[in-house]
Write a protein that binds this ligand. Structure first.
Ligand SMILES: Nc1ncnc2c1ncn2[C@@H]1O[C@H](COP(=O)(O)OP(=O)(O)OP(=O)(O)O)[C@@H](O)[C@H]1O
Ligand SMILES: [Mg+2]
Length: 257
């Protein structure tokens, strides 16, 4: 059973997941700003290489690679070391996040940069997975990746292509997505139906305190915890408390901020 699951190696999270992420599947990590999505994804890749001998790829579309590495170093994770050893690779497409598409295209005419295209990134993804021999992939984030595609139908198509590419690669993948609201009662996003599993990260107010909580919304083919559990971010990264309750009795429609 264990070999069918890719452990995240994140304290407490594998217990909540029922052992880990089903291998070869593509799951979504959805959460509000600053909930720790990037850290979770980076730890999945870091631990994969460091603890389980699985090579991993991070495609960053949010922070640039130097900022991502500096932030992770502060938490005790040296991504440079693993990259230099050829165990992980960080593909940096972060610049696309800052400008709307037309302005971006105008600007890149004057800058020596390739124009971002979702399709070209898919090729990069396929080629890098193959050349690295990656078993784990993180896309951070799909929201930034499809941000240039204005048409909603086209955007869905791109999203489906990304998921298909990841599934076809055989890698165990985490796709990060921004939640539109931090309310517990929220609109589901299309990616949640497409993904094999969904992990939700949320900041909630409870008795005057801001509590970070995580729950597994779904995980196809796995027996997982169904309760929200509190977690902390500190040196050493994310620490989930799988035995602690956030609510005395879980009411998904109250307590959100
Ligand atoms: N060195 C640190 N010590 C303690 N907590 C930290 C440290 N670095 C980051 N954090 C916590 O992690 C959060 C940022 O994590 P992360 O960048 O993974 O969030 P995110 O969900 O990806 O955010 P965004 O939506 O902006 O991309 C911070 O808001 C802070 O709470
Ligand atoms: Mg992030």
């Amino acid at each position: 059973m264990t070999e069918e699951l890719a452990k995240t190696g994140i304290e407490g999270l594998d217990e909540v997941l029922g052992g880990g992420i089903p291998r070869g599947r593509c799951i979504l990590v959805v959460g509000g700003p600053g909930t720790g999505k990037t850290i979770l994804g980076a730890q999945f890749i870091y631990n994969g290489a460091k603890k389980y001998g699985e090579k991993g790829l991070i495609v960053t579309l949010e922070e640039g690679a130097p900022i991502l590495k500096a932030d992770l170093r502060k938490l005790g994770f040296d991504l440079d070391e693993l990259e230099n050893e050829g165990l992980i690779k960080i593909v940096d497409h972060s610049v696309v996040n800052y400008l709307p598409s037309e302005k971006f295209r105008e600007l890149v005419k004057f800058m020596d940069m390739p124009v971002f295209k979702a399709a070209s990134l898919l090729e990069t993804l396929k080629n890098t997975i193959k050349s690295l021999g990656a078993s784990r992939v993180v896309i951070d984030s799909i929201s930034a990746l499809t941000f240039q595609v204005a048409d909603p139908v086209e955007r869905r198509l791109h999203t489906m292509l990304i998921f298909k590419t990841l599934l076809d690669s055989g890698c165990t993948s985490i796709v990060i997505s921004e939640a539109k609201t931090s309310q517990l009662e929220r609109e589901f996003i299309f990616e949640e139906y497409l993904a094999d599993g969904v992990i939700v990260l949320q900041n909630i107010y409870q008795e005057g305190n801001l509590v970070k909580c995580v729950y597994v919304e779904k995980m196809r083919g796995a027996s997982h915890d169904t309760q929200p559990r509190p977690y902390r971010i500190d040196y050493g990264g994310i620490m989930v408390f799988p035995k602690e309750r956030v609510f005395a009795s879980f009411n998904p429609f109250s307590g959100g901020v």
